[in-house]
Design a protein around this ligand. Sequence first.
Ligand code: ATP
Ligand code: MG
Length: 571
Amino acid sequence: MTTHDEKGAAGSAPEVRRDFIRDIIDEDNRTGRWGGRVVTRFPPEPNGYLHIGHAKSICLNFGIAAQYGGRCHLRFDDTNPTKEEQEYVDSILGDVRWLGWDWGKHLYYASDYFQQMYDWAIQLVKSGKAYVCDQTAEEVREFRGTLTQPGRESPWRNRSIEENLDLFIRMKNGEFPDGSRTLRAKIDMAHPNLNMRDPVMYRILHADHHRTGGKWCIYPMYDWAHGLEDSVEQITHSICTLEFENHRPLYDWFLDALGIYHPQQIEFARLNLTYTVMSKRKLLRLVQDKLVGGWDDPRLPTISGMRRRGYSPEAIRYFCQVIGVNKFNSTVDMALLEHCIRETLNKTSPRVMAVLRPLKVVIENYPEGQVEWMDAINNPEDPGAGSRKVPFGRVLYIEREDFMENPPKKFFRLSPGKEVRLRYAYFITCREAIKDAAGHVIELRCTYDPATRGGDAPDGRKVKATLHWVAAEQAIDAEVRLYETLFTRENPDDMPEGQDFTACINPKSLEVLTECKVEPSLKDAAPLTRYQFERMGYFCVDSDSSAVRPVFNRTVTLKDAWAKIQQKGSE
Ligand code: ATP
Ligand code: MG
């Protein structure tokens, strides 16, 4: 289900919004709970690329640190060797930096704490709070019980401290095969919270780790590891998503059992977006099965995909500010994200002219070989952006859809006998449409009025349409990629019985136009440069682009679906 409670927020977001987490921090600062310190962290697991959901968490954690004069750690939660890779670490570093945040010297890896974690585990074994269990994963699950039924105690639960110590050390020394034993916390198999029923702390896994190599063959489980990482780093507010709310008692139990520095875990609602998927497992599947072009495919909600698509870091940060932070899971409309992108790009993107589906126009009364360089404004929203010259000549291109041979009543653009304005240039009138053998219009013959140079008629006559255009002689050939949502369903996570989420991939999510003509000022545009193509939307130079073959991605259209939704809501 989509909720629109964010309605009205866009466009009026204050610099820093209030939220329940900032309220907690204010209160902590008032009571002196942390001695005025504010230390947060962003703890990604390097098992995939970051997505817009992570951006919400990043902006929250780094934003709070910045606002309160504290600090935010970037910590790789690299406790699972089989799924983690250096490639992901590198991409995450790049993405957080690109979003505009700085962790300073506070870059950490959970794997650097493996020895400390192990020592703490020994401490729990020695105090009788952890035991080595020989149950298989299957048996552990079976004995755990359910929400309505208490669990049963493992037959290994009452081993002596000496035996536990001996077995655990031997587990670490590599004497036992994968899956044969675990170290478990001794809590309560009848606890109403299933997470408290003797959770596994360590498993045996003879696998090389991307940083520690073959040093370890036991690896800590998330719930055991995470609080310890926070404790080592003296985090004050450990902010995570709502799924971890009923893990908090366990987070607290471990830290209290050890008697070590104890941060406060706080949960907030994760971001969900319509028409996309956010689970790393699903994103990985799309990439591995080549259903998209890679992690940075501009249709993905990944940070690298959005960057390539043309979203700016400011726009993503603005979006995160607009959606705010709360305690209830909901799904944000993709239209709101695009609205935020548009608002930001509108202020910062130079306007240029590009014709995506060209139709040739010959101005019959314009002197052959003549070129005039017309003044074109770079950004009406930004007077400081100045102007540039665009060439005008006898042969031009206009957008195919700007001409109709037999127009309906309200079509004010070009048709036989009609006059329109060419932006920054002249009024032209269509005299004739030339067709090929199949009857398709392939060229327009027009005339221009030399008195209308710059776009105004001295006799005051008006035209109802202004078209963009590109002069043929100086035009640059380009490829343009148009994107729609990657999925046709609003919620691809909620498929009909028996259908995989890939069944609703939008076959029209990518359209490649190869015959485009763009104005010469775009000649050496560097990858990732953003523009507004007048009347066509916002576009960004693709990373595949070259001087030989410029490629542009459509970032977002000009039509603001969010404004419409807002309007409807207030009617
Ligand atoms: P997945 O469950 O898809 O594997 P994850 O959430 O476990 O992803 P992590 O790398 O562990 O991925 O996430 C790092 C941080 O980002 C965590 O603190 C997590 O709470 C936060 N995060 C992840 N997804 C979202 C989301 N959709 N909205 C807000 N925060 C998120
Ligand atoms: Mg995780």
